[in-house]
Every structure is written in structure tokens, then in C-alpha cells.
Design a protein around this ligand. Structure first.
Ligand SMILES: [Mn+2]
Length: 322
């Protein structure tokens, strides 16, 4: 009997953990044929963030690119692919931007490993950047949706009207570099998610040592009242902030994805612990692989609710990746 829908294995943020990715693919029943991973009946959808931080970024890019170009996988762009493109693209003539992403020490630190590992492979760097430039920024299939960080329907509708598709482009790259433009809002929301500024000019130091004025927020909280109702990141809010009420302007900056919407798969959020559904229709598959967490997949078939028993993962071990 032919299946009406092909089974899909969604895979979270890889961040250069190519060996763990191979182990996960093997665990899912994929095998290498003519140098490319494939499965007799299924395909992979990557949730973006193949690059940065990890030990085998170039290998991970080759593996994923080969699968995508042979039709064995699809991918959506992550904020890290987007950052790399912006960091390496000069501003247009006459603009006041030297580069689309300012070359600060902080920005450099995030993509240092990617630049280093591609430095002696200029052809790879060119090919991969060309690929990033055409990646979908979201995918909408018959019974599920995929985006790196946050699905926001009005932005997606407007984007489709303006750009006639779901893919990134050079035009979108340049326009999204202008702070406050529609394109800036779109890329920020879809690839980085919703966030709120800490009140009263406060800052917090995250576990990875960055000073932050913003914190990441949920887009599935129904009628949230306080900061603690919406925070969604590994670092907890300071206690005195967590209990503060959300202001009207805070609420306007948030987004909401209801339980009646189609299944949605996201990466991005540095989850910890054992993979499980966020809600009955949302699964986050980023479990901090590159911080020796888990590289996580979800085996999607015909179900209409996220099932806890369909998460599959490998524990990322130090000896595997170094
Ligand atoms: Mn990520």
C-alpha cells in the first residue's frame, strides 16, 4: 500500500556536531549510499543552525547539503546561517553600513569557528553561502509547519504577498539589514523568536557569558500575566523581575500560536533535559547538542498531536566530537 504522506524526521540545531548527526541518522535508519545519507521511505527536515560553535561545521554542511540537493532532506534557515550571510556581505553603495552585520567582537565570537573551519576552503565557503541565500525561511506542509524560532502568520502572509514564495533572497538580505523595516521584523521574529527587554534597564549575564538586556519568550502562553509566564530560555529571570506584571506594551510585543493550529516544529531555544512536547501541537528539537546535550529528532507520521514517544536522540559525548 502506498503511503499518502511520506514519513518525515525533523532534526534540531546541529551546530557543527557532524559525528553526532551521523549517529542520529543511523539510529533513524538512514544509511550512506553513494556518499549521501538516505532512507528507503522517509526524509529529513532540518530546522536550521547547522553552523557555528561546533567542531565539524564544514562536514555537517556537506552532509546536509548533499542530502538536500539529492531530495533526501529539506531545511529551513536558522539565525546562525542568516548571521553568517549578514556578517560576510558588505552594505550596498551609499548605505552607511560597512557590513550588513556589524563586525563587533561579540558578533565575531559567535561565528568564529565557522570562519576558521571554512578558511582554507574558499570554494566551500562560496558554495555554502550561495546555498544559504536561497534557503526557505519556513516550510508549510499539508499537516505541519516548520520554522527555526517562531511562526507568526501575519508576517508570513505579508512576506508571501511581497516576495511570492517562502525563500530567502539577496533582496531580502539587504532590506532585512535595515533596522525597523518589515524585512527586519520578519527575519528577527521567524529566526530569533519573540523577546522582551528586561525592565528598568536591567541586564543579566547568561550562562555563556554574554550580557543580555533581552530575554526569550514563549509564543504559546494563553493570557500571560507576569514575566515568569512568558520566559523561555535556560537562564532564569532574576526573582524580582519574574514576578513583575507584563505591561500592555509587553503584550503587544508577544505573539500567540493556538492549540488548534497545525503541528509546528522549531529549534533555537537551547532546551535541556529529556525531549518532550511543549504543547499538544508544538515541539522544540534544540536540546543544546553543541553544549554536550542531545541532538534530537522527531519522527513524524500521520499523527495530529505531538507524541512524547516519537522523540529520538543521541547524547552528545565529548569524545565523539573532539
Ligand atoms: Mn541554534
Amino acid at each position: 500500500m502506498a503511503h499518502t504522506r511520506q514519513g518525515v524526521d525533523l532534526i534540531g540545531d546541529v551546530h557543527g556536531c557532524a559525528k553526532s548527526l551521523e549517529l542520529l541518522l543511523q539510529k533513524l535508519g538512514y544509511s550512506k549510499q553513494s556518499g549521501v545519507y538516505r532512507h528507503p521511505t522517509r526524509k529529513v527536515i532540518f530546522l536550521g543552525d547547522i553552523v557555528d560553535r561546533g567542531p565539524r561545521i564544514r562536514e555537517a554542511l556537506h552532509l546536509v547539503y548533499d542530502m538536500v540537493s539529492r531530495g533526501n532532506a529539506e531545511i529551513v534557515m536558522g539565525n546562525h546561517e542568516y548571521n553568517v550571510l549578514c556578517y560576510l556581505t558588505p552594505g550596498e553603495q551609499g548605505s552607511d553600513m560597512e557590513w550588513l552585520r556589524e563586525r563587533t567582537p561579540r558578533h565575531f565570537r559567535i561565528l568564529k569557528e565557522t570562519l576558521e573551519q571554512l578558511a582554507n576552503h574558499p570554494q566551500d565557503q562560496k558554495d555554502f553561502l550561495d546555498w544559504f541565500m536561497t534557503m526557505p525561511i519556513y516550510l508549510e506542509h499539508e499537516h505541519f509547519r516548520v520554522v527555526h524560532a517562531c511562526w507568526q502568520q501575519d508576517l508570513i502572509d505579508q512576506f508571501r504577498t511581497l516576495y511570492g514564495g517562502n525563500c530567502f533572497s539577496e533582496r531580502l538580505l539587504h532590506r532585512s539589514a535595515v533596522n525597523g523595516s518589515f524585512e527586519w521584523t520578519l527575519m528577527d521574529r521567524l529566526l530569533r523568536g519573540t523577546h522582551l527587554r528586561l525592565p528598568n534597564g536591567e541586564q543579566m549575564i547568561s550562562k555563556d557569558g554574554f550580557k543580555r538586556s533581552f530575554f526569550r519568550t514563549k509564543f504559546w502562553a494563553r493570557n500571560p500575566q507576569k514575566y515568569i509566564d512568558v520566559v523561555f530560555q535556560p537562564d532564569p529571570l532574576p526573582e524580582h523581575v519574574a514576578r513583575l506584571p507584563l505591561t500592555r506594551s509587553n503584550l503587544e510585543d508577544l505573539s500567540f500560536y493556538g492549540e488548534k493550529e497545525p503541528l509546528l516544529f522549531i529549534g533555537h531555544y537551547w532546551r535541556e533535559g529529556n525531549p518532550q512536547p511543549i504543547t499538544s501541537n508544538i515541539a522544540c528539537l534544540d536540546y543544546s547538542a553543541v553544549k554536550y546535550g542531545k541532538l534530537v529528532a522527531y519522527r513524524l507520521d500521520d499523527e495530529t498531536e505531538i507524541r512524547p514517544d516519537k522523540f529520538v536522540w543521541v547524547d552528545v559525548k565529548r569524545e565523539v566530537n573532539e
